[in-house]
Design a binder for this molecule. Structure first.
Ligand SMILES: [Zn+2]
Ligand SMILES: [Zn+2]
Length: 411
């Protein structure tokens, strides 16, 4: 049996069986759609549908591997050229992907494999297969609990620290979904954001990534002839309060290990802080805070700590996804062809508890695949692998995952 036919059949059944669950975007008729298919590799875009029913019929009939729609609305979304579509506005989209976040696990589990001779290797894929010289090499970006938990924490930070308190968005205007692969997408639909230019969206990115935040401008400075240190209050708005809160977090989490990573010149200062950690934290959480109480911590040390704090407080978002006002994004409730997982819409209050390795699995049954090489992975409550060159019967969701990832084949 051909792998592509097998997967296409399963995806088609999913769309057929879940037709009432599929959530077309708002204003389907105004959106551009794009698809990828199992039998050819190019993205087909510039498609339009008159209504939700037409879209659903297409999904069932064509069983695409991946489904995308435009965050933008257009007067004529199916025109072949962007300039002819008549742009009318665009949702504000954020993409948080483990690809853009440093995690310890990535160098361990990301691999490549040659699609011709099945040679495999760790890390970034080579131009040509060292064994057979072919350039048909697939990268296997693996995903694990660490990657997805890190991405999830960034997502929660974006919503709870930025979108709702700082931007004043309402919970009903923000929706979150698991991307079905290595991250989360955040969609903001509101009249306030619709007409923002790409430039304006770049300003939003800078704010969220904390680019150019100057602690001095947020109140951390020396004042008067006696050069008394004053600084931000945790109750301050925007970056002021965030700076204060994350400086406290940094100090609370400070330990010997952390100090050893620093330059020799600052280790001594940080050690002083470590010794009086609780006292400092108490001073800084007062209203107003007491920044001047630590006599041997000068303003430059506070600026250095501010840098560390900003790094902890910012959110790693994928910039082009937010700034490009003509981009396509995965349709929530569709399937991700890289994994066979559902692009799962989530309520804000379910996000913290959401487990992508169980709650985005849609296939039932068992299936036997020939596995080339996979690290240990989890589906639901069960741990599988590692496997190398062996035939294994797996739950269908796990088998589909490996087939989509290109690390197994149908025997
Ligand atoms: Zn090869
Ligand atoms: Zn990982």
């Amino acid at each position: 049996m051909d792998k592509n036919d097998f997967l296409m059949n399963l995806f088609g059944n999913y769309y057929n069986d879940n037709v009432s669950k599929i959530e077309p975007p708002s204003n389907t008729a105004k959106r551009e759609f794009g698809f990828m298919f199992f039998r050819h590799s190019a993205v087909i875009r510039h498609l339009g549908f008159e209504n939700d029913e037409q879209l659903k019929t297409f999904l069932i009939r064509e069983a695409p591997s991946d489904v995308f729609y435009s965050a933008a609305s257009y007067n004529q979304p199916d025109m072949p050229k962007m300039s002819l579509k008549g742009w009318e506005g665009c949702d504000l989209i954020f993409d948080i992907d483990a690809d853009h976040i440093e995690t310890s696990c990535k160098n361990e589990h990301d691999k490549w494999n040659c699609q011709v001779c099945w040679e495999i290797g760790k890390g970034i894929k080579p131009e040509k297969c060292p064994k057979c010289g072919n350039s048909k090499i697939e990268e296997i970006k693996w995903l694990c609990d660490i990657c997805l938990e890190t991405a999830k924490q960034e997502t929660i930070k974006l919503v709870e620290d930025f979108l709702i308190p700082d931007f004043g968005l309402n919970e009903t205007e923000v929706s979150v979904c698991f991307s079905g692969h290595r991250g989360y997408h955040i969609h903001v639909e509101s009249d306030i954001v619709r007409e923002l230019s790409s430039q304006a969206r770049r300003e939003i990115i800078d704010y969220i990534k904390g680019s150019g935040i100057n602690p001095e401008l947020h109140g951390l400075q020396e004042v008067g002839r006696k050069r008394i240190i004053v600084g931000p209050d945790t109750k301050g708005r925007g970056w002021e309060g965030r700076l204060a809160r994350y400086i406290i977090k940094f100090i609370s989490e400070l330990d010997e290990n952390q100090i050893q990573k620093e330059d020799k010149s600052v280790r001594k200062k940080f050690s002083t802080l470590l010794k009086e950690k609780q006292k400092v934290v108490n001073y800084l959480t007062r209203h107003p805070p007491l920044w001047d109480a630590m006599k041997n911590i000068d303003i430059n040390v506070w600026y250095l700590i501010s840098e560390r704090a900003i790094n902890m407080a910012k959110v790693e978002i994928d910039e082009p996804v937010t700034s490009d006002i003509r981009r396509l994004i995965r349709l929530p409730t569709s399937l991700n062809g890289k994994t066979g997982f559902e692009v799962k819409p989530l309520k804000l209050n379910e996000l913290a508890e959401f487990d992508p390795f169980s709650k985005s699995q849609v296939f039932k049954g068992e299936f036997t695949v020939y596995i080339i090489d996979v690290p240990r992975f989890r589906i639901g409550e069960e741990i599988f692998g590692p496997y190398t060159n062996e035939k294994v019967e797996l739950p269908l969701s796990a088998a589909v995952f490996l087939l989509c990832k290109g690390v197994a084949r149908i025997d």
